[in-house]
Write a protein that binds this ligand. Structure first.
Ligand code: NDP
Length: 292
């Protein structure tokens, strides 16, 4: 392995400590406690783990955590009713609806019902538009976490060639917007892209968010490039369940200059950025200076 391992777990810890410091100051100086409401519909085991972790880390940072676990048969109208109540609740500064939602509920309708000022996931169409036009927006947590890791590792990203593999609304597209905002030359590739290998080989930075276990191998990577692996895939290997990324770590680490592991890379940054976004939303709601 020649690559530097980018330690997302350690960096996320520094972000959380920073958030906790600001939260303590908000409380002592202004008597304000940021509050995050997380809504889970149904019993998807992976989502339950995420929601539990989010609640735990929210409380550890000194914020209020409001968890709403709803039955899988909850109707769209009932869920919209809950969103309305959370929008109106002054103790709630951030609202996150855990995806995926059951099929009978239209996700976009729910996401767009959230008050954009409380939309800490950054999925509301207003925040998508603000980000796309370079205005102050709530930025989706996973791409924000990737950007923070990249800035921490590279300093300025100005002029670098960045390839984003995957064009989902929650990772690929906002990631590309953020890299563009930081003056990268950005290529977005997807399942219809031709000659993916040569596209990837042109990159100084590769962000992989496709949801295919270990699809990107070392021979695709330009020597010295930075590889950010967003993928989280559970696979069976040697009779055990294992968590792997979208990147084949060992071969990629022999070519890359720096690489994020799975687990311990992007994943921990996602929750840390959710906490940071909740703090930001609270400061904006109270007209207080935002943490930088
Ligand atoms: P989606 O399934 O929504 O999007 C996948 C994207 O990858 C699509 O744009 C698809 O192309 C593209 N794609 C699929 N197969 C290929 C292929 N063979 N070659 C090129 N492109 C391909 O996934 P998400 O963006 O939601 O998530 C991606 C991964 O990131 C998943 O493993 C997920 O678990 C993980 N994830 C991790 C998070 C974290 O906190 N670390 C948070 C969110 C997601 P097309 O559009 O043409 O179909």
């Amino acid at each position: 392995m020649v690559a530097t391992k980018i330690d997302g777990r350690a960096f996320a810890e520094t972000v959380r400590q920073d958030v906790a410091r600001h939260v303590a100051q908000l409380r002592s100086d202004h008597g304000v406690t940021p509050g995050l409401a997380v809504v889970l519909v149904g019993e998807d085991p992976a989502s339950e783990v995420y929601v539990r972790n989010k609640g735990k880390q929210t409380r550890e940072c000194g914020m209020a955590s409001f968890e709403h676990k709803l039955d899988a048969a909850t109707s769209e109208a009932e869920l919209l009713g809950l969103i309305d109540r959370l929008n109106a609740d002054p103790s709630v500064h951030g609202i996150l609806v855990q995806l995926p939602l059951p099929l009978h509920i239209e996700s976009n309708k729910i996401l767009n019902a959230i008050d954009p000022a409380k939309d800490v996931d950054g999925f509301h169409i207003s925040n998508v538009g603000l980000l796309g036009t370079g205005q102050k927006a709530m930025v989706p947590c996973t791409p924000l976490g990737c950007l923070m890791l990249l800035r921490h590792h590279h300093g300025k990203l100005d002029g670098l060639n960045a390839v984003v593999l995957g064009r989902s609304n929650i990772v690929g597209k906002p990631m590309a917007q953020l890299l563009l905002r930081d003056n990268c030359t950005v290529t977005i590739a997807h399942s219809h892209s031709r000659d993916l290998e040569s596209i990837v080989r042109s990159a100084d930075i590769v962000i992989v968010a496709v949801g295919r276990p270990e699809i990107l191998t070392g021979d695709w990577i330009r020597p010295g490039a930075t590889v950010i692996d967003v993928g989280i895939n559970r696979i069976e290997r040697d009779g055990k369940t294992k968590l792997v990324g979208d990147v084949h770590f060992d071969s990629a680490a022999d070519m890359a200059g720096a690489i994020t592991p799975v687990p311990g890379g992007v994943g921990p940054m996602t929750i840390a950025c959710l906490l940071a976004n909740t703090l930001t939303a609270c400061c904006r709601a109270k007209g207080l200076p935002e943490p930088s």
